[in-house]
Design a protein around this ligand. Structure first.
Ligand code: BGC
Length: 721
């Protein structure tokens, strides 16, 4: 049949089907039938328009059929500044958004309900600004402390990542906005991200790097997924036959759309055949004429189909996936998406609540914290006054406002408290310790009853990126030490006033070996968002009891962390071998008996918790139900994250000393206790057997451990399975 005759017939059928759907007495068409109908009405050119970018953050639409351009926005922790159709960001104040705590901070709450609240804020603001897809959550595993984008991600542990991601995705998608889980897969370093090929064993893939994505699809029902920049086993991730066609679409059953990272497509045929559904990227051509048609998935595709080299059904499949997401999010097909909302007081309250639960109390000797509000306080450090929201790369947010730590502290203190500020260090390229600034800081600390030193990394801005001293996209950190001579500053201030609270901002672990033993109180604040200064002040002065827990191990020194211990970072000749295998994070530190600075899951409170009466019972299908009572034995209300770890006592393959398989955060009044009941499904006990290429439960003894961190196990029980 000639193409034109075929199209005419299809058009008639399509019009008939659309007519049927609008007639009340006729049967309702399923979404797939409606998609069939739309596809039959579309020209090849229109279909191809839909599978590549039409501006920096849209892909093409088909206006005559009521299909709008598909509008996307970063990013993980706030709707990014408006880019319009070009690449230049708008400074228009109407787009200044709610800036939420970053991914690693969200993870530190260990509270999936806050994941949902987080996603809801993002989606409401995205929708208000006419966006259909929010490019988050970022769920890559924290493999090395040096990764410049650790701050955007959630954890080193796949179970924690999965639980937090599901909350986020549902929060977004319940608002009829598509979430986009990223970056699939193994984008665990920024160095060489466009060229490096990641090699890992199948077991490592299945047990560590894949579970977050599996759960995002199966439990979260995520509508879109972003392919990563890097290669996996020699082939680019965005069009990786194994990862996308075989694992994601065939095995896991993902039926949404795969969006490329910006500029991550490198080959037309591979993209067409190996699962890329939309090619996004930036057209940097000058002036008004844009060349999006020149993209790999642009005009070439039309030629290939017309010349018979590529089946049109391949293109139909991609358009089908996009249309499916459009129906699900009510962009087409009618239904009320709602209008969304922007910068509401509820959004700001969510930002505050998340920040309050995200900040981690690492150390509190002599109960230095909380500080009394009736003291003479010195505040030291450039991060006390620095706004962080606008940095970091694609996750930049033009915040409606950002309460700095200094502002938060000043607001909470009574007027009769004297606050002295000293900058302590300068944020400049290659910045070294400044003797003058350290002297000023020491003077201020000496005169004060207590000092608060707010330091750490900074969210990088483009013009400073080449300095590498930042948490930012496209660069990794040069080492794990604090930049700008902060170690010298901290040591000097601690000497001048032992009642100094150290507050670390940043996206991940830092080397504290030069001063940790001298510091009485240390807080890890991540990047706590627009309400971060308020949250921090409330914790420092005791209005809020800290309840955050680390989502990654803090090593004593970089060489202690597995990828560095075995010399497999950042790879050689564009290949990086993940030879540490499944032993990453605490799985490595605990199994290989390497003492961390602060362990995974660690975080103190101003109250104390007692764990009592752990009971484990077998249920159906090899599940195990664990019951444990947690009691608040201190004098303040507080929340504890009870963590359940599993150990396979004897196994034919090497397994980690323990693995997180359940957790729950509980709020308890002084003296109050609650029973926590968690059921661990059979999956909690299985490992991926590479010989059989399947998940296996090896019968035998398993330990179930209830703990306050991976190294603070309070109760253990054994069970036979
Ligand atoms: C980042 C993505 C981001 C995209 C669009 C890329 O550079 O890797 O995470 O969503 O840009 O801004």
């Amino acid at each position: 049949m000639s193409r034109n005759l075929y199209r005419l017939l299809a058009l008639c059928t399509g019009v008939f089907m659309l007519a049927c759907s609008s007639s009340p007495e006729k049967k309702t068409l399923s979404t797939e039938q409606k998609i069939d109908s739309l596809l039959s009405l579309m020209t090849l050119e229109e279909k191809v328009t839909m599978i590549h970018a039409s501006s920096s953050f849209t892909s093409g639409g088909v206006p005559r059929l009521g299909i709008p351009e598909w509008t996307m926005s970063d990013g993980p922790h706030g709707v990014r500044k408006e880019h319009g159709r070009g690449w230049v960001g708008s400074e228009d104040a109407q787009y200044f958004a709610t800036y939420l705590p970053v991914g690693v901070s969200l993870g530190s709450t260990w509270n999936p309900e806050l994941g949902y609240a987080f996603g809801k804020v993002l989606a409401e603001e995205a929708k208000y600004r006419g966006k259909h897809v929010i490019l988050g959550p970022g769920i890559n595993i924290l493999r090395t402390p040096l990764n410049g984008r650790n701050f955007e991600y959630l954890s080193e542990d796949p179970y924690l990542v999965s639980k937090m991601a599901v909350g986020y995705i549902k929060g977004v998608q319940d608002q009829h906005v598509a979430a986009c889980v990223k970056h699939y897969l193994a984008n665990n370093q920024e160095i060489d991200r466009n060229t490096v090929s990641v090699e890992m064993s199948e077991r490592t893939l299945r047990e560590i790097y894949l579970p977050g994505f599996v759960t995002a699809v199966k439990e979260g029902g995520v509508y879109t997924l972003m392919g990563a920049y890097n290669k996996f086993r020699g082939q680019y991730c965005t069009h990786n036959e194994y990862l996308i066609n075989k694992v994601l679409k065939e095995e896991i059953g993902f039926d949404g759309a795969v969006i490329s990272d910006w500029g991550a497509v490198h080959n037309t045929m591979e993209a067409l055949k190996f699962g890329t559904d939309v090619e996004m990227g930036t057209d940097l051509s000058q002036g008004e004429v844009k060349n999006y048609g020149k993209f790999f998935m642009g005009d070439t595709v039309i030629t290939l189909v017309k010349s018979g080299q590529v089946e049109e059904s391949l293109i139909n499949e991609k358009v089908r996936r996009i249309l499916r997401v459009m129906y699900r999010t009510k962009i087409i097909g009618g239904g009320d998406r709602g209008t969304g909302s922007f910068n509401t007081t509820e959004h700001q309250a969510a930002a505050l609540k998340i920040a309050e639960e995200a900040i981690v109390l690492l150390k509190n000797a002599d109960n230095l914290l909380p500080l009394s509000k009736t003291k003479n306080i010195a505040i030291i450090g450039a991060n006390a006054t620095r706004k962080q929201g606008g940095g970091g790369g694609s996750s930049q947010v033009n915040a409606k406002y950002e309460i700095t730590p200094m502002q938060g502290i000043e607001k909470i203190l009574f007027e009769n408290v004297t606050v002295t500020y000293a900058e302590g260090y300068e944020v400049v390229k290659d910045g070294k310790a400044s003797t003058t600034k350290i002297k000023e800081a020491v003077e201020a600390a000496k005169k004060a009853d207590a000092a608060i030193l707010i330091c750490g990394w900074i969210h990088g801005y483009t013009d400073l990126w080449d300095d590498n001293a930042y948490d930012a996209e496209s660069v990794d950190k040069p080492d794990m030490f604090l930049p700008f001579g902060q170690d010298e500053l901290i040591s000097a201030v601690l000497k001048a006033n032992p009642n100094t609270v150290i507050v670390i901002m940043g996206g991940g672990p830092i080397d504290m070996s030069k001063w940790e033993s001298k510091a009485k109180a240390i807080l890890f604040a991540g990047y706590p968002g627009m309400e971060g200064g308020n949250a921090l002040a409330k914790i420092i002065f005791g209005d809020v009891n800290p309840s955050g827990k680390l989502t990654m191990t803090f090593p004593k020194k970089l060489e202690d962390s597995p990828a560095h211990a075995i010399g497999e970072y950042p790879g050689k000749d564009s290949v990086v071998h993940y030879n540490e295998g499944i032993f990453i994070g605490y799985r490595y530190f605990d199994t290989k008996k390497v003492e961390p600075q602060f362990p995974f899951g660690h975080g103190l409170s101003y109250t104390t918790f007692l764990y009592e009466s752990l009971q484990v019972t077998k249920g159906d299908n090899q599940s195990v139900t664990a019951t444990v009572t947690v009691r608040n034995t201190g004098s303040r209300p507080g929340s504890e994250v009870m963590q359940l770890y599993v150990k396979d006592v004897e196994c034919s393959v090497e397994r980690p000393d323990k693995e997180l398989k359940g957790f729950q955060k509980v709020m308890l009044q002084p003296g109050e206790s609650k029973d926590i009941i968690l059921t661990l499904p059979v999956d909690a006990f299985r490992f991926f057997d590479e010989k059989r290429m399947e998940w296996v439960l090896e019968p035998g003894k398993f330990q179930i451990m209830a703990g306050s961190s991976s190294r603070d196990i309070r109760l253990t029980k054994e069970i036979d399975l």
